[in-house]
Design a protein around this ligand. Sequence first.
Ligand SMILES: O=C(O)CCC(=O)C(=O)O
Ligand SMILES: [Fe+2]
Length: 208
Amino acid sequence: MSDTALPLFGEDEGTGRVGVDDGFATAHRFALDAHSWVEHVPGWLSGAETLFEELLAASGWEQRRRWMYGEHTIEPRLTAEHHDLTTAPPALQEAARALTAHYGVSYDRLWLNHYRDHRDSTGWHGDGASTRRRECIVPVLSLGASRRFLVRPTEGGSSSTFRPLAGDLVVMGGRCQTDWRHCVPKETSPTGPRISVNFAASSQALPG
Ligand SMILES: O=C(O)CCC(=O)C(=O)O
Ligand SMILES: [Fe+2]
């Protein structure tokens, strides 16, 4: 018997090495209703700070515009998209493989959101890219500053609040993309930058 504490994620937290917990040991699932759920996996990824700095420095961030209400609006965040997983940083490819093995969904692309500060946000929406099937599983990894992640019924009603920290995973499952909406609201007090990694699967995407 050794009295040495075993590192939770099989790697030394202190080294900053990036790795994920293949066992999803900290996962807690919250039922939203009979068909939909959100799973929070605190500390799923170790070395979150290292990965955050790497992604922030990477090229490929773009400012997207969209045509809304008869005018062009600038999205209040930056986005970087990897349509082909093999172009993503190796740590994210490894994360996608672990998600695929655990949830049984083949994650083959991803996009990143960069919230530069508390004024950046994502409005209420369902991920259209993940509605091919009635039930979809959509994982989102948080890095950097903690921001609120809200979920509420599509028909309206009160919202549930999740507060993922750096390295945490929030996974939307069941009918979350149709019966429910999610958002990352602006905050009134200053926060540092945050990056979210949104994993997507062609098998869950609408054709075309
Ligand atoms: O940044 C997040 O936590 C979620 C972002 C999101 O829902 C999206 O980009 O579709
Ligand atoms: Fe989304």
